[in-house]
Design a protein around this ligand. Structure first.
Ligand code: HSE
Length: 314
């Protein structure tokens, strides 16, 4: 029986000034997708969903894993009967690229089953179909990071292109993940509050940040990268809309305690902090206390850049 089991890590999109074009895969959480061929000559896919967060994602057609598999089979012109299993380890709805990880794992797994017919650039497009299913439009930032690993730069628009950014392998991050109720279609809502027009001053400030951030990554300089993790356009709008609880407080205190940079992870509500590993313990305690004082429970986890989606059994 042909089968492929693939692991894909979570990711954090935007990194401040890189709205929709930058993301990093992180090793804090991962999804696994297994695809088994049980018959040929007819297209039929059955899905079973398990894992720690399995009950928090749709179990049927609306799950992110099915659309990439269907798309890949359609492009390849293959008719297969498949059993697909998703082991859901990335918490959904937290800005941690949960559907991107599922989509990337599914795309890589079906490609393995098909004998590796697709290049990574095609798999990015195929995996984007999972995001389209979940959020109505494909955002390629998360899927690209989960698929390729490390830091990625994505060209938006119709002809999607994702490139790995070399560097930053030794960076270490803390993720602050508040346990709050998020609205249904959270990402769509968080995108609706983003301003459609920006001032020239904000455009220049964000361009400067983005340049510093990328230069910091490629030169393995977390201090410079952290200086570039400042966004004057998207994050302030999301914070004003109440989507990122305690963002300013967390950010100011973390920077005061020695963090290099603090950003909203994806569309929130999680917060991503770039900080040396040595201060994670102290920072983590401080952040837990900040959230607790205001009545929030939050999970604080360390993470480093993760590899791309890879076949574990195939
Ligand atoms: N870049 C997206 C956003 C993240 O911030 O809305 C979801 O892919």
């Amino acid at each position: 029986m042909r089968r492929a089991l693939v692991r894909a890590y979570m990711s954090s999109a935007n990194l401040g000034p890189g709205f929709d074009i930058l993301a990093v895969a992180l090793d804090a959480f991962y999804d696994e997708v297994e695809v088994r061929v049980v018959g040929e000559g007819l297209s039929k896919i059955s899905l079973s969903v398990g894992g720690k967060y399995g009950s928090q994602v749709p179990a049927g057609e609306d799950n992110a894993v099915l659309a990439p598999i269907e798309k890949a089979l359609a492009i390849a012109g293959e008719k297969l009967q498949l059993e697909v299993t998703l082991n859901k380890g990335v918490p959904p709805g937290r800005g941690l690229g949960s559907s991107g990880a599922s989509s990337a794992a599914a795309a890589r797994a079906v490609n393995e089953i098909l004998g590796g017919v697709f290049r990574d650039s095609e798999l990015v497009y195929i995996a984007g179909e999972g995001e389209r299913k979940v959020s109505g439009e494909p955002h390629y930032d998360n899927v690209s990071a989960s698929l390729l690993g490390g830091f990625v730069l994505v060209s938006p628009g119709e002809s999607v292109r994702a490139s790995k950014i070399p560097g930053g392998e030794g960076f270490s991050f803390l993720l602050a993940i508040p346990e709050i109720q998020v609205p249904p279609k959270k990402t769509g809502h968080a995108r609706s509050v983003v301003p459609r027009q920006v001032s020239l001053a904000d455009y220049i400030a964000n361009s400067s940040s983005l340049a510093k951030l990328i230069l910091g990554i490629v030169t393995n300089n977390p201090k410079l990268a952290g200086e570039g993790m400042i966004d004057r356009i998207v994050e302030p709008a999301r914070e004003r809309a109440g989507l990122i609880p305690l963002y300013s407080e967390v950010k100011n205190n973390a920077l005061k305690a020695g963090a290099y940079g603090v950003v909203v992870s994806g569309a929130g509500p999680s917060i991503l902090i770039l900080a040396d590993r040595e201060i994670h313990g102290e920072l983590g305690n401080m952040l837990t206390e900040i959230y607790a004082k205001r009545g929030y429970k939050a999970t604080i986890v360390s993470a480093t850049p993760a590899p791309g989606a890879r076949v574990i059994i195939g």
